[in-house]
Design a protein around this ligand. Structure first.
Ligand code: FES
Length: 547
């Protein structure tokens, strides 16, 4: 049998000598590129899951790639027998949360006083003419996450949402979490992570239904590492204790007056107007970045009399707690387990991921699969459901041990999707980090969980997780349904508010300065609350408000 090749699940020609890029093109799979397939742009990365030995050796253009990752314009099939399976960095239809729901700010008519305006034939930025052009003027808001990227195209004269788009962050060849991306960027010259994501953003922008040159401003938010990588800042200091962005260090030493960043459209490598401004929202402190800052705007914390909390569960979980008088923030290094990373059959929210699980009376598993087809693995909400069901039926104890003495549970009859005790350990540690963050932030603020009026669960994971399951295993505080609000992508909402209103943007700049950053690892209770948080049981306030 000759070599067979599948790219993004599609059978492709595997003639010896044919590059993976050309094979993909023949079956209509689009591989990002902005060079002449000569190894220069580094955008055409693919992940080879099977049959790497049936491909040509790495070329010098691929020195920056390890493990399963190859440049598709460099790798070609060699004569032999077997199967090659690979994926572009966009692995398929990923479930990415693009919308926000039930936010206090979204209940009011948003302010519309953008930085880009029109005066007759002229387009102005901050009142200064930058281009003579007719037609509508547009802006982009971008949430550049470690795992996913979301963008929205807005008409800056009407405030209307024209289009939106999302894709999986292609930087995963540099690792799945911020620490590995920092290490990657530090060890590989050439801003490869930035250039790759800029390439993908370029294609997304070119697919929008407007002339990209009519985009005159971009507001980009993301965690400190993602944002700084995009703005070509050194991220080395974010990876070393005390984990501070270069902009935070400069602010503390008086060399700048804000942690926000700006650059021109030209420098950003995006196909927008070259004199456009790309504004990177201010970061709060440490790993609590511009995405968390944008959430402050989205939940309108500057005008909030009630005490509210926001938790965005992800590789780095962000926590915000406060009201218009005082705000605390923290970042919990949970790792990628709840996004399916480091779990035997874990996967992101792609088609084929089990997203819901129920254990029937006869002990069998009823699973819900994204896309409705064959189950290939478990995504975050499926993992939470599974552990909740194992607890509900007594098949797993609070310590995360399977009661029947086994160390593996099969979810599909063919044994393709399974779950092990070491997976439980990974999830326990991720949960422990999140719970430790919650306990310490609430303790430092001096309130108990039940004292908050709203507990916003933000992000794609927070939107899709079943709150009763999350409560049962102690991933979120033991609060009533009416207090927990699943708000979806609050960060893109905040970025959009900042794009449409310079007033709100100034408010954000002022607000981040008032946020107190809790450095969890320095709290004397950290270890105790972490260990307790690793257990699978409902979590109540550890420390009373008066202690
Ligand atoms: S297509 Fe540009 S590096 Fe492969």
């Amino acid at each position: 049998m000759p070599v067979t090749l599948t790219i993004n699940g599609q059978a492709a020609d595997a003639d010896p000598g044919l590059t993976l890029f050309d094979a993909a093109e023949r079956v209509g799979v689009r591989v990002p590129t902005s060079c002449v397939r000569n190894g220069k742009c580094k955008e055409c990365v693919v992940e080879v899951s099977t049959g790497a030995e049936l491909l040509s050796p790495r070329t010098s253009a691929e020195r920056h790639l390890d493990g399963r990752f190859r440049l598709s314009c460099q790798a070609h099939v060699v004569p032999g027998q077997g199967r090659v399976e690979c994926h572009t960095m966009r692995r398929g239809h990923m479930r990415i949360e693009r919308h926000a729901f039930e936010l206090p700010a979204s209940r009011h008519r948003p302010l519309l006083d953008p930085a880009v305006t029109r005066d007759g034939d002229w387009v102005l930025l901050d009142g200064q003419p930058i281009e003579r052009a007719g037609g509508p003027i547009h802006g982009l808001s971008v949430d550049l996450g470690t795992t996913t990227v979301v963008l929205r195209l807005l008409n800056l004269e009407t405030g209307e949402l024209v289009a939106d788009a999302s894709f999986e962050n292609p930087q995963r060849f540099g690792g799945s979490d911020v620490m590995s991306r920092i290490q990657y960027d530090t060890q590989h010259p050439g801003r490869l992570l930035m250039r790759t994501v800029a390439g993908y953003l370029t294609h997304a922008i070119e697919d929008l239904p407007v002339d990209p040159r009519s985009i005159y401003e971009v507001v980009l938010v993301g965690n400190s590492t993602m944002r700084d990588l995009f703005f070509r800042q050194s991220v080395y200091s974010i990876g070393q204790t005390p984990y501070r962005s270069i902009t935070e260090i400069d602010l503390a030493e008086g060399r700048r007056d804000s942690t926000s960043l700006t650059q021109t459209g030209l420098r950003s490598l995006l196909p927008i107007h070259p004199r456009a401004r790309v504004y990177g929202g201010p970061i709060i402190s440490g790993h609590v970045g511009a995405d968390a800052a944008a959430c402050l705007l989205a939940i309108d914390l500057a005008h909030e009399d009630r005490t509210v909390a926001l938790m965005d569960i992800g590789t780095n979980t962000e926590l915000l707690l406060g009201n218009r008088h005082r705000i605390l923030a923290a970042s919990c290094p949970a790792g990628p387990a709840f996004e399916g990373g480091a779990i035997s059959c874990g996967m992101p929210g792609l088609d084929g991921a089990i997203e819901s699980v129920r254990i029937e009376h006869d002990g069998t598993f009823a699973v819900g699969v994204i896309g409705g087809g064959r189950a290939d693995g478990l995504c975050g909400s499926g993992l939470v459901d599974l552990m909740s069901e194992l607890r509900r039926t007594g098949r797993m104890n609070e310590m995360g041990r399977f009661e029947d003495g086994s160390d593996r549970i099969d979810l599909t009859t063919d044994g393709r999707v399974f779950f092990t005790e070491s997976d439980v350990n990974e999830l326990a540690q991720a949960k422990g980090a999140n719970v430790a963050g919650l306990q310490i932030v609430f303790k430092q603020f001096g309130v108990r969980f039940e004292d908050v009026d709203r507990f916003y669960l933000a992000g794609g994971f927070g939107r899709h997780v079943r709150t009763d399951a999350a409560r049962r295993i102690g991933l979120v505080p033991n609060l009533p349904d009416e207090t927990i609000v699943q708000v979806g992508n609050a960060a893109i909402e905040g970025a959009t508010i900042a794009l449409l209103s310079t007033t709100r943007r100034r408010e954000l700049e002022a607000l981040v300065r008032r946020v107190e950053h809790c450095r969890l690892e320095t709290d004397p209770d950290f270890f105790d609350v972490f260990v307790e948080g690793c257990q699978f049981r409902p979590v109540d306030s550890h420390v009373s408000a008066s202690s």
